[in-house]
Design a protein around this ligand. Structure first.
Ligand code: FVH
Length: 292
C-alpha cells in the first residue's frame, strides 16, 4: 500500500510564545513544518525561516502525519480539533498544551475513538530554553508515537516517557509546579513580613535565597521517611515542635495576610489533632495524599 505524501513532516497549531519556539526549533533542525494560528499574522518570522503557513486548521492537519497542538488550554484544543477529528484519523497528535491529567485522558479517549495516535506532552521549559537543551518535556500516552518521534522531540529538549496512561506526564508536570508556586508564595509572604520593618524585597532575597537552598537539602530525608511510611523514626523534628501558630500571630500582628503560613499550620494541626504530635514533620504528607 502506498503511503500518502505529505508536504511537511509536522504541523504546529498555535503560534504563541511556545508554539513559535517549537516550530522554530524544528525548522532549525532541518525539519519541514506547516504552521497555523487562529489569529493571522503570527507566522511571518517562521515563514521567513522556511515554514509553510496555512489559513485553516484542516489544511494544517492534512499537511503532515504529525500534528503538534500548542494552544492556550484544554478548551482551546477541543474547540480547534473537534471539527477536524476525521481529518486527524491515522495521524499522530502531540498535544503539548498544558492540561490537567483528567483532560489529557479525555483527549486520549477522544483520539482513540477517532483513530488518532495520541501523545500528551508537558513542557518544563520557557520558550527561550526550547532547542537549547536546558529544559525537559515529559510525555505519556502512545508509546509507539513516542518511540517513533523521539528524534524529532529531542530537538526541543530532553524527553522522558511516563507510560501509556496519557495523564501521567501532566501529573508530574503539575506536581513540580505545585511545589514551585508554593515556594514562591512562601517567599512573597516572607518578603511582606520583612517589608514591615523596612527591608526591601532585594535585601530579603539576599538572605532568603541561601537559606532556602540549604533547606532543600532536607527534602531527601523527608522523602526517605515518606517512602518508608514510618514517621516515628528517631531524629525527626516533631509535629508538636513544628507548631507554627507563632508565625501566624506574628504575621497578623504586623498586618500581613497570614494565608500561606496559616495553610501550613492547618495541615500540622490536623495531624496533631489526630494524635500524631510526637511524630515527624513529614507526617503533614498524610494530610494531603490521595486515598488510593
Ligand atoms: N510560555 C511558557 O513559558 C509556558 C511553559 C510551560 C508550558 N506552557 C504551555 O504552552 C501552551 C502555550 O503557551 P504559550 O506561551 O504559547 O501561550 P500564548 O503565547 O498565550 O499563546 C496561546 C496560543 O493559543 C492560541 N489560542 C488561544 N485560544 C485559542 C482558541 N480558542 N482557539 C485557537 N487558538 C487559541 C493563541 O492564538 P491567538 O490568540 O494568537 O489567536 C496562541 O497561539 C499553554 O498551554 C501553556 O500553559 C508555556
Amino acid at each position: 500500500q502506498r503511503q500518502p505524501i505529505h508536504p511537511s513532516e509536522a504541523s504546529v497549531l498555535g503560534l504563541g510564545a511556545m508554539g513559535s519556539a517549537l516550530a522554530a526549533a524544528l525548522l532549525d533542525a532541518g525539519r519541514s513544518v506547516t504552521v497555523w494560528n487562529r489569529t493571522p499574522g503570527r507566522a511571518t518570522r517562521l515563514v521567513a525561516h522556511g515554514a509553510d503557513a496555512v489559513g485553516s486548521v484542516r489544511e494544517a492537519v492534512l499537511a503532515s502525519p504529525v500534528v503538534i497542538a500548542c494552544l492556550l488550554d484544554h478548551a482551546s484544543v477541543e474547540e480547534t480539533l473537534g471539527p477536524v477529528a476525521e481529518d486527524l484519523r491515522g495521524r499522530t497528535l502531540v498535544n503539548v498544551t498544558t492540561t490537567t491529567p483528567g483532560e489529557a485522558r479525555e483527549l486520549a479517549s477522544w483520539a482513540a475513538v477517532h483513530g488518532i495516535d495520541y501523545l500528551d506532552g508537558a513542557i518544563m521549559a520557557v520558550p527561550s530554553m526550547i532547542g537549547a537543551h536546558t529544559g525537559q518535556v515529559l510525555y505519556s500516552g502512545s508509546r509507539a508515537a513516542y518511540e517513533t518521534l523521539l528524534p524529532m522531540l529531542e530537538v526541543w529538549a530532553t524527553s522522558e516517557f511516563f507510560g501509556e496512561d496519557a495523564g501521567r506526564a501532566s501529573v508530574v508536570d503539575l506536581a513540580m509546579l505545585s511545589g514551585m508556586y508554593q515556594m514562591f508564595a512562601g517567599f512573597f509572604h516572607g518578603a511582606a513580613m520583612a517589608a514591615t520593618m523596612g527591608m526591601s524585597a532585594a535585601e530579603f532575597t539576599a538572605r532568603q535565597t541561601p537559606f532556602l537552598a540549604a533547606m532543600t537539602e532536607e527534602l531527601a530525608d523527608y522523602a526517605k521517611v515518606i517512602d518508608g511510611g514510618d514517621y516515628t523514626v528517631p531524629g525527626q523534628q516533631s509535629l508538636d515542635f513544628s507548631d507554627l501558630s507563632h508565625l501566624v500571630r506574628a504575621s497578623e500582628e504586623e498586618g500581613v495576610d497570614p494565608s500561606p503560613i496559616a495553610m501550613v499550620q492547618e495541615l500540622i494541626s490536623r495531624q496533631v489533632a489526630a494524635g500524631h504530635g510526637s511524630e515527624g514533620f513529614a507526617r503533614v504528607y498524610e494530610s494531603l495524599r490521595a486515598d488510593r
